[in-house]
Design a protein around this ligand. Structure first.
Ligand SMILES: NC(=O)c1ccc[n+]([C@@H]2O[C@H](COP(=O)([O-])OP(=O)(O)OC[C@H]3O[C@@H](n4cnc5c(N)ncnc54)[C@H](O)[C@@H]3O)[C@@H](O)[C@H]2O)c1
Length: 439
């Protein structure tokens, strides 16, 4: 039996501290967390305690962890979007194989630097495109790869971000402002673009894009609307974006959530999971109340410092001449992704949550493929990528995808943002060559 691989976590927040590190608790024979870097004392202590990490391997910054020498074989890097490049370059230089959160970098130059460094050092740099590891997306890929619908002619792929997720992450939260984070088409849709790159297996030749911030702006409401939901807002009781309705009286936004928590043996008065544990480490009613009265998550959605779009469409032409449309928006009643592929022999329609793939062959048979729901994050993708990363580190398999492959989805996202802002059509061959020369 091989020894568990030893891993360090840089950034012990929602992703590093919970989504990925928890794999080691469920599979102690496969992985152990032996070091952590995070300036937040609560998150650092939580990870250290849960994984029994020695004090000497707990650091307040990623630099201090790297300076301490190589503590394990792999590094999970899950800091915020603008803090990916430096720690990942340093970790690879220090000898770590790296599991790096998406987006790989907040600039195109940073993305290319990372890929070139991984290729130069021979380190495994895996980007957390978790969808590739989820049963639904694997099945979709398998069906398309079988050629059952013939040559693909058009694709429509929708990323339907729910109104409450939009408000939480992209209006009030960490990904609201391009200057502080990354454009939404990169933050949210590098996953979608990666899936398209994977399924279509041919380069995008030309790309254009439109989109804007249409709704979550001060101009959408009158001057009587206060800055916070808790400041006696006259429309708060009926407002779908109310922070009180999302985080305090959460049944308003998530009907049935209370009962689901009780059924799962959890305390409905202290919902200790996303998105509640993002607004405050103290998830009691009093803690959540304090958070919305004084923190960023209690701000009126019309009075935030957000500037990322709430809808964007990307139109792409493939080398074969086929056309692909990606629609992303933050006004969906339900959170899901849906897609339609039309080929020369048939049509495939698919949607996530509930996960269903339907194939209709021209003039012939139809098939519905249901995929078992997975209890873990991203339809099983969070668990799947950790399983894969560990096996790669043990030398048992080659990685499912490389940083070089992940670069393509990032290139498309950066090009889409450039196309949206400039109104230009981007010739992707030139764009790729330009990116490679930048780093
Ligand atoms: N793969 C996915 O589907 C997916 C989903 C959500 C988020 N993400 C990405 O994961 C990343 C992390 O997101 P999150 O929600 O976990 O964020 P988070 O804010 O919860 O966690 C980031 C952590 O980094 C820590 N940190 C800050 N400075 C640091 C430093 N100098 N050294 C070490 N740690 C430091 C913070 O204290 C925080 O605990 C982001 O890039 C995000 O875009 C990916």
């Amino acid at each position: 039996m091989p020894k568990p691989v030893e891993l360090v976590v840089i950034g012990a927040g929602s992703r590093g501290g919970i989504a990925y590190a928890s794999y080691a608790l469920r599979h102690p024979d496969e992985a152990r967390i032996v070091g952590v870097a995070d300036p937040d004392p609560i998150r650092r202590a939580r990870l250290a305690e849960t994984h029994d990490i020695d004090d000497s391997h707990c650091f307040t910054t990623w630099e201090a962890l790297i300076d301490a020498g190589q503590l394990g074989q792999g590094a999970i890097i899950a800091t915020q979007d603008q803090m990916h490049v430096e720690p990942a370059l340093a970790a690879m230089a220090a000898g770590y194989d790296v599991l790096l959160e998406k987006p790989m970098a907040d600039t195109l130059e940073g993305c290319v630097q990372l890929v070139q460094a991984a290729e130069r050092t021979g380190r495994n740099l895996q980007i957390c495109h978790v969808l590739r590891y989820a049963p639904f997306w694997r099945k979709l890929h398998e069906v398309l790869e079988s050629g059952v619908i013939g040559e693909i002619v058009t694709v429509e792929h929708r990323e339907n971000v729910s109104y409450w997720h939009m408000a939480h992450s992209f209006v009030r939260g960490n990904w609201r402002n391009k200057g502080l984070s990354t454009p939404m088409i990169l933050a949210k849709c590098c996953h979608d673009l990666d899936v398209l790159v994977w399924n279509l297996q041919q380069p995008v030749t030309r790309l254009s894009s439109v989109g804007s911030l249409l709704h979550y702006r001060a101009e959408s409401v009158g001057p009587e609307i206060p800055l916070r939901c808790t400041d006696g807002c006259p429309i708060e009781p009926a407002c779908p974006f109310s922070a009180i309705g999302a985080y305090l009286d959460y049944e308003r936004t998530f009907p049935g959530a209370r009962q689901r928590l009780i059924d799962a043996g959890l305390d409905p008065e202290a919902p200790n999971y996303w998105p509640f544990n993002v607004i405050s480490p103290d998830v009691s009613r009093a803690g959540r109340q304090r958070a919305i009265e004084s923190g960023p998550y209690g701000r009126c959605v019309y009075h935030c410092d957000n500037d990322v779009v709430d809808h964007q469409t990307v139109l792409m032409e493939l080398e074969s001449g086929a056309s692909v449309t990606l629609v992303m928006h933050g006004h969906s009643n339900q959170e899901n992704r849906s897609m339609r592929y039309d080929g020369t022999k048939g049509t495939l329609r698919a949607r996530v949550d509930p996960d269903v793939i339907e194939v209709n062959i021209h003039g012939g048979r139809s098939e519905q493929i249901a995929i078992e729901p997975s209890p873990t994050g991203h339809g099983g993708g969070d668990e799947g990528i950790m399983h894969d990363f560990v096996r790669v580190l043990r030398g048992e398999i080659a990685p499912l995808t490389t940083a070089r492959v992940s670069l393509e989805s990032h290139l498309l996202a950066f090009a889409a943002e450039e196309a949206r802002l400039s109104g230009q059509v981007i010739a992707m061959a030139d764009y790729r060559a330009h990116a490679e020369a930048m780093a």
